[in-house]
Design a protein around this ligand. Sequence first.
Ligand code: NDP
Length: 486
Amino acid sequence: MTTMSIPAGAHLIGGDWSTAAPGGTAVSDNPARPDEPVGEFPQGDASTAADAVTAAVDAQAAWARAGFGARARVLERAAVLFDERADELALLCTLEEGKTVPESRGEAVLSAETCRYQAGLAKVSSERIFPSNNPGETIRTVRAPLGVVGVITPWNFPLLIPVWKIAPALVTGNAVVWKPASNTPLSAVAIASIFTEAGLPPGVLNLVLGPGSMGGALVADDRVDGVTFTGSVGVGQGIRDTVTARNGRVQLELGGHNPCIVFGDADIDVAVAGVVNGAMGATGQKCTATRRIIAVGDVHDELVDRLVDAVTALKVGDGQDAATAIGPLVSAGARAEVADAVDQAKAEGAETLAVAGGTPDGPCFFAPTLFAGGTDLTITHEEVFGPVSTVLRVDDEDEAFALANDTDFGLTASVYTDDPWIVDRAVHELQAGLIKVNGPTTGSEIHAPFGGEKDSSGHAAREQGDTAQEFFTRTRTAYIKPGRPR
Ligand code: NDP
């Protein structure tokens, strides 16, 4: 049992915490212990979102004028607080989302790292100087903040995804209105508290809790200059249409159907560990999770035998239990969706290879499941957000690459091989924004660009890394020449 203090659910608007609940009060559940709710939170509505946008508009110009040094110092102090509270944040994340404590702790630590990195990056010039054909003239590009940014985040990384959006937005001089997922509202309160304690002026970061429709109102507000969103394809595409229709800027991360190709020369131990981790880690609730396992030629049978053993042995349980490898799904609704997809796969003829044993009872627990099948199965095309993956057999390299790219998504892909020619081909031909060689499709480092291709992300600037600040800034080109002729 945890002894941590759970933050009280509240909006943060213009520097004030508010429990105004025009939409009533909602409960944040613990998916592992449905009879032990984590806490309550107020449900805002369109007027709550509008108030937060007003506060952001009022605060933004002064924050932009404060200078990059002052803004970076806030992030540096936030980084210290994320580190100091890593255990506390990890427990809160596990209580609300369900993932294991080490998985949650990783998010807290990387949140600190992200703040430090983005603060340091603010001190690296993004300006450029060009020669001019006119004597005495200099051409200079500067970066101006976008203005007011809407941040809409999912529940699957309740700490890290918000921080990797909010930190670059803040340090480049934007004001933020953040609507987190309703499954993880108290983790959001804990993060907003950290930024406030780190010295962020009132109104620069605003947090509004409430349903998706409130997010819709935020997105539709034409005072919001840009929206960065991670979540489902349908919601993301709606946000894109709304924001671009008024010439706003939009950044989307909408999931994937990530392939992992295992070649005959792969180290089978490395491949099995990476495939299981990639497919089942964090209960398969990662946009980067391995959804298709493509076995090339003769490696198929040994790979399947080894995967069956590994998946069957996975221990499902409460994320707070140190022995647990796989926590519950985030909600009973999410579990129902995964169970329906598994039933559909069986009805379509998928062969069940492995099901993890000893899965506890409870509305959100689901046994990791491994299928074998072909491309006729819906599950080999549509994202199922849970611990379910399918092995597909191909005869050769060409077939493997064609199958890997046979998806509307393009977020991540991986190959297991020791052949440098195949590695080179993978890096150039796999249609994915992130490619791993001898590593799982999941996981990325916060100082490298992250994002997808095709339906996974569209064409927006990459998140994270030294490209993260591009989305949150406008490039202006200045032609500067002396005021008087010489
Ligand atoms: P959603 O896309 O519905 O939710 C993501 C965020 O958008 C949440 O904050 C949500 O709020 C908000 N939202 C919902 N509707 C709107 C709207 N009309 N306008 C603006 N914001 C809105 O995803 P779900 O949480 O419902 O998960 C559904 C599926 O999405 C998953 O099964 C998975 O396939 C995919 N997903 C993908 C993720 C990724 O990393 N790419 C992450 C999470 C989910 P609220 O929570 O209040 O509804």
